[in-house]
Design a protein around this ligand. Structure first.
Ligand code: CFM
Length: 545
């Protein structure tokens, strides 16, 4: 690639923004300008960013599709539901484990993770309809495995030809009697990104699963951990810490989860929300229907982990739990601090860029801060305005045709099972002491003034940013990995963690410090030059240059 632009040593965010937009036709530049924001770091008053809108055709986005968000992200990590992709086998590939959500089979050994179920639609199914094939596939899965539950996911062609997957699954459920069968209309085109798929998935889980098992589970301090997907074993580390503290996770939505966890979620006494983007509306629905309050937590970063544990303990207000949490923090922190102070001597002052999904750019900022590093540019692939600016913007969000396309469930208090976990007085007392329910400030207030916050970054802008600002590390996904390394900058995948992890909790923080230290300290990528960069045989320009 042409490398005529030198690194702007004293870069000004306004100049960088102008550079990023320079090559676009005026109409595209105008649209993208609203998605590139220079952060003012004003708490709850950050300027408005445009987010959750369609990618401009022709731009190579980092986003995934709605099917990916539904099947891959939300239902993917649940081990004992047979997930059938209804569609051509190309999409079927993604019904296999392409995300690094880890699973322990558990005492019952029921685990369908290693399998890939697809109806493998052919031309004739597209022409004459695929319902017959779908019915046969559900029957085959039932006969082979006798699972508790079978889920069906629609890919784009299914929506285009109009297969009625909901009727088919309802009929099969009735026929079996002992297997819950339901479907997701999560065609890839259904929304502007995977975020729409999260919503479709969670709505159906709420309608078809949550509340089915009223049996009281053991445990004194019972919570649901919402929006934790056990990537690289993060969930295992969080479970280890919960066990030590005496906190019982009734369910995790949905890392290493089971069908029964979803069915029992309404029996917990607190919802702790990790990934706000993918699940905040489930927390709202659980509160409205069953009376379970929710708080935002973050187990990425040692300090953030300690803070989140204290928050959970404070909510329950039990002296013994508060003491135990403090004991666990005191036990875990010395090892973390030892590694942090060692790596800091090399990592302090280094710079990072992060462009990941809808919550990690925020969560991982914690870990970089603990290493003395600075985030100079960050953004989400598919975050909404509230993930950037905080939940106070929600009432003012403009609903466009794409967001209207996604069903919003109307939830009412359950006539028998609605039970406020705290009295109004208890809630007010906690709030007076500074405790915040249903609260999230978003990414922007935690980034420095002048940081470039960019929504739905694309390949062109990613390369341009790196070329101009030369960060010490760039974090994103597999699609970005190699083009960034070719620019001489180390790259860390924050979706799959490459082959690393866990990075959550105390042990995870240590893993992250050590890995980032190695990456930013290594010059290997900067030594690499392609032959044509050193000795170009042919040169040319594009017509617009
Ligand atoms: Fe939530 Fe996620 Fe994320 Fe997400 Fe994802 Fe993921 Fe992600 Mo990849 S649910 S928004 S759709 S934290 S798969 S575990 S890493 S883009 S930042």
């Amino acid at each position: 690639m042409a490398t005529t632009t030198k690194k702007l040593v004293q870069w000004d965010p306004t100049d960088i923004k102008a550079e990023l937009l320079k090559k676009y036709p005026p109409k595209v530049a105008r649209k993208r300008a609203k998605q590139i924001m220079i952060n003012e770091a004003l708490e709850n008053e950050t300027p408005e960013i445009t987010a959750n809108v369609r990618t401009i055709p022709g731009i190579i986005t980092m986003r995934g599709c709605t099917y990916a968000g539904c099947k891959g992200v939300i239902l993917g990590p649940t081990r004992d539901i047979v997930n059938i992709t209804h569609g051509p086998i190309g999409c079927g590939f993604y019904s296999w484990l392409t995300r690094r959500n880890q699973t322990a089979a558990g005492p019952d050994g029921e685990n369908y993770m290693p399998y890939c179920f697809s109806t493998d639609m052919q031309d004739q199914d597209i022409i004459f309809g695929g319902e017959k094939k779908l019915r046969a596939a559900i029957q085959e899965a039932y006969d082979l495995f006798h699972p508790k539950s079978i889920a069906v996911f629609a890919t784009c062609p299914v929506g285009l030809i109009g297969d009625d997957i909901h009727t088919v699954t309802a009929q099969m459920k009735e026929k079996f009697g002992d297997c819950n069968v339901y479907a997701f209309s999560c065609e890839g085109y259904k929304g502007v990104s995977q975020s729409a798929g999260h919503h479709i998935a969670n709505n159906q889980v709420f309608k078809h699963l949550v509340g089915l098992n009223d049996e009281e589970k053991k445990g004194k301090f019972k919570i649901n951990l919402l929006g934790e997907y056990n990537i690289g074993g993060d969930g295992f580390e969080i479970d280890r810490i919960f066990d030590k503290c005496g906190i019982t996770a009734i369910s995790t939505f949905s890392g290493n989860s089971t069908y029964d966890q979803f069915c029992s979620a309404h029996t917990a006494d607190l919802n702790a929300v990790m990934c706000h983007r993918s699940i905040n509306y489930v927390a709202d629905m659980l509160e409205e229907k069953f009376g379970i309050p929710w708080i935002k937590v973050n187990f990425i970063g040692a300090e953030a982990t300690a803070k989140s544990l204290r928050k959970i303990a404070e909510y329950f207000g039990d002296k013994k739990l508060i003491e135990q949490v403090e004991k666990v923090i005191a036990e875990e922190m010395p090892a973390v601090e030892k590694v942090a102070s060692d790596v800091k001597s090399r990592t302090a002052g280094k710079t990072a860029m992060m462009f990941v999904g809808g919550s990690r750019a925020h969560h991982y900022n914690e870990l970089f801060m603990e290493m003395g590093m600075k985030t100079i540019s960050a953004g989400y692939e598919f975050g909404h305005r509230d993930d950037y600016e905080g939940r106070q913007v929600i009432p003012n969000l403009v609903l466009d045709a794409d967001s209207r396309n996604i069903e919003e469930l109307t939830v009412e208090p359950d006539p028998k099972r609605f039970k406020p976990r705290k009295t109004k007085k208890q809630m007010e007392k906690l709030e007076k002491a500074g405790f915040q329910f249903k609260h999230y400030d978003g990414l922007n207030p935690d980034l420095d003034q002048g940081t470039l916050v960019i929504d739905d970054l694309n390949q062109y802008e990613a390369e341009k940013l790196v070329e101009l600002m030369k960060p010490d590390i760039f974090c994103a996904g597999i699609k970005e990995k190699f083009s960034i390394q070719k620019l001489g900058v180390p790259m860390k995948q924050l979706h799959s963690y490459d082959s690393g992890g866990p990075y959550a909790g105390f042990k995870g923080a240590i893993n992250f410090y050590e890995e980032i230290d190695r990456l930013v300290g290594s010059k290997v990528w900067s030594y690499m030059k392609a032959p044509w960069q050193e000795d170009p045989k042919l040169s040319g320009t594009y017509v617009w240059e």
